[in-house]
Design a protein around this ligand. Structure first.
Ligand SMILES: NC(=O)c1ccc[n+]([C@@H]2O[C@H](COP(=O)([O-])OP(=O)(O)OC[C@H]3O[C@@H](n4cnc5c(N)ncnc54)[C@H](OP(=O)(O)O)[C@@H]3O)[C@@H](O)[C@H]2O)c1
Length: 210
């Protein structure tokens, strides 16, 4: 599969490396232009290319949006229509500025992403694992140490696609429900970045206060 990245920072480049290892090709982009990504592309190897965010959004069969939340309004919209979009973003007011609807709990970050991308199928994933742990905690299937990562989304087919991808790079997956349920594993909750199996994750997700 061709998987594009809007954002090539800590999460973008780490997840790209995992997808390449699983046999996919990746298209990397950032805010400054493809010429600033030549070292990264060289490091990632022949399965990687760089493009503008707009081109990357167009080229990818799946697109990973992994930018600071403040940059969401600049993420290409039409180019991702009809596609599965993986949203890794978390909300940090000190970085992103205060967002009233998030502060009062009336919506969640991934619902904001879905509002920005009304024709895409947004799945919240990779927001609840530190970039530094993605490669170090991945484990083969049936390994007793294999970690379960939560996802949320409103489209069953998109969630299946993302589940298959996560499983292929070394994680079990727990479907926490609709996009709104993403509040259960946003930063600041008991489940956020918790290492453990499905049973532990389910218990922690239930502890989240809506
Ligand atoms: N780091 C973690 O452990 C972690 C874990 C879970 C979730 N997250 C969340 O995942 C997201 C990404 O985190 P990160 O640590 O990877 O961030 P990061 O290292 O700061 O990287 C952000 C990337 O987004 C790019 N970007 C910014 N504005 C853009 C735009 N308008 N168009 C295209 N690309 C743009 C940046 O490009 P330039 O450098 O060119 O501006 C950079 O490549 C954040 O929302 C974060 O809260 C992070």
């Amino acid at each position: 599969m061709k998987i594009s990245f809007i954002g090539s920072g800590n999460i973008g480049k780490t997840v790209a490396r995992c997808f390449i290892k699983a046999g996919h090709t990746v298209v990397m982009s950032n805010s400054r232009g493809p010429e600033t990504l030549s070292d990264l592309v060289q490091e990632l190897g022949p399965q990687a290319t760089a493009a503008t965010a707009e081109q990357a959004a167009r080229e990818g069969e799946i697109v990973v949006v992994t930018v600071p939340l403040f940059a969401l309004p600049k993420v290409p919209v039409e180019a991702m229509a009809g596609k599965t979009v993986i949203d890794t973003m978390n909300y940090y007011p000190q970085r992103d500025g205060r967002i009233k609807e998030l502060d009062n709990g009336s919506t969640t970050t991934s619902e904001l992403t879905a509002k920005h991308l009304p024709q895409s199928h947004v799945v919240k994933a990779f927001n609840s694992i530190f970039a530094t742990e993605i490669e170090t905690t991945a484990r083969p299937e049936n390994d007793p140490q294999r970690r379960t990562l939560p996802i949320a989304g409103d489209d069953a087919a998109a969630k299946k696609t993302v589940t298959d991808l996560l499983q292929s790079i070394g994680f079990d997956v727990y479907d926490a429900g609709a996009l709104h349920e993403g509040f259960r594993f946003q930063n600041g909750t008991p489940a956020y970045c918790a290492k453990g199996n499905r049973e532990k994750l389910v218990r922690l997700l239930e502890e989240a206060k809506g």
